[in-house]
Design a protein around this ligand. Structure first.
Ligand code: RBF
Length: 352
């Protein structure tokens, strides 16, 4: 008698104790037999394109690797989606469908939209987008760079160079821009920022602007650069991934200058690449992956990152920059960089 009363007391007590845990685990949206349950953190790093030749993607992988390496037991897998954008959603679906990855991290402004249907199909999957914007989606967190700032700094130097007496500069006030493809962040932030920066030097400067059509064709990008130089362009901005190599080559042969986005590339074409902007993508990705594996990401939110926050820079501490751009020009450029970083010159990111 005594025994059976004790037995029922044990059963009732354990039910009372286990109850909230059962309710809690059901509420977390992950069934006990899902591959993710009780497993150490696993990350999918999705490269929408090819890593090599695109510093923004190289930094994505580098930042994620650093965070994963610092946290024993966690793991990551890098998946390149390749250059055929029509296949991206399907390839992403096959990664998510494995159910292995706690978080998918990827980078470029199109990826929130590419991921939308995949997210609907897999409501337990979390996504982090860097260099992209999506607000209010419960499975997604995003971090957008204010590309107006990076592009304004590069455009300003382009303006200073085309109006200078530097050896590759001609009297015409034409600058150029070669891009891989058009997308809202390019049309609303990158091109207007570049043009605005140049016009701040001289409002008579005009922009010759051409589209390659993909992120790899260096030959075509080179052809576009040649025809620009024939039309008296002396400084060319390039946002074209691996295709940028063709622009470097033509600019070198024709003694012209290149402005480069996202990273320090001066050493790739010394004397030719006269200005490099930089996104601190490796730092950002390291921080957000660290937050993700500690459960500290607030999904449903979007952040815009700026030069004042330390995520956007213009690289001046490189010997090639100092060797290519004369001190008088560098001083004027520094004034604008300082104004943007300090917040004295406000360049707001528009709605995309
Ligand atoms: N940037 C790259 O450097 N390499 C790429 O392969 C690449 N592919 C992109 C594909 C799409 C659909 C979009 C919207 C952007 C892509 N970007 C790529 C551009 C990148 O997001 C960013 O805008 C530029 O690198 C300038 O910072």
């Amino acid at each position: 008698m005594k025994h059976s009363r004790l037995f029922s007391w044990i059963i009732i007590t354990s039910l009372l104790l286990a109850g909230p845990a059962l309710i809690f685990s059901a509420g977390s949206g992950e069934s006990a037999d899902s591959p993710k349950a009780d497993k150490p953190f696993s990350l999918a790093v999705i490269v929408p394109g090819v890593t090599a030749g695109s510093p923004i993607y190289e930094q994505l992988v580098e930042g994620a690797r650093k965070a994963i390496d610092e946290n024993p037991g966690t793991s990551m897998k890098v998946v390149e989606l390749g250059f055929n954008q029509a296949e991206w959603a399907e390839k992403l679906t096959s990664v998510v469908a494995t159910g292995i990855y706690d978080v998918v991290i990827t980078s470029n402004p199109s990826m929130p939209f590419v991921s939308m249907e995949v997210a609907e199909q897999f409501p337990d999957q979390k996504f982090i987008f860097v260099d992209g914007y999506i607000d209010g989606h419960p499975q997604m967190a995003s971090y957008l760079y204010n590309q107006v700032e990076q592009s304004y700094m590069l455009g300003h130097l382009a303006g200073l160079i085309t109006t200078s007496s530097m050896k590759g500069a001609n009297p015409s006030l034409k600058i150029g821009m070669i891009v891989a493809q058009e997308y809202p962040a390019l049309n609303k932030m990158i091109i207007p920022g570049f043009e605005m920066g140049a016009k701040a030097v001289n409002s008579g400067i005009t922009l010759d602007y051409r589209v390659v059509g993909n992120w790899y064709d260096a030959g075509k990008a080179g052809e576009l650069a040649k025809s620009m130089v024939d039309a008296e362009v002396d400084v060319i901005g390039v946002v074209a991934g691996g295709a940028a190599a063709g622009v470097f080559e033509v600019a070198k042969l024709r003694n012209k200058y290149v402005m480069y986005w996202d990273d320090n590339a001066y050493a790739q074409a010394p004397g030719v690449i006269a200005g490099c902007g930089a996104l601190k993508q490796a730092k950002l990705v390291y921080e957000v992956v660290t937050d993700a594996l500690n459960g500290n990401i607030v999904y449903g939110t979007a952040r815009v990152l700026s030069a004042a926050d330390g995520y956007i820079e213009f690289i001046t501490d490189d010997p090639n920059y100092r060797a290519t751009v004369p001190e008088s020009v560098r001083e004027k450029q520094q004034t604008v960089i300082n104004a943007i970083v300090s917040g004295e010159l406000v360049l707001e990111a528009p709605e995309l």
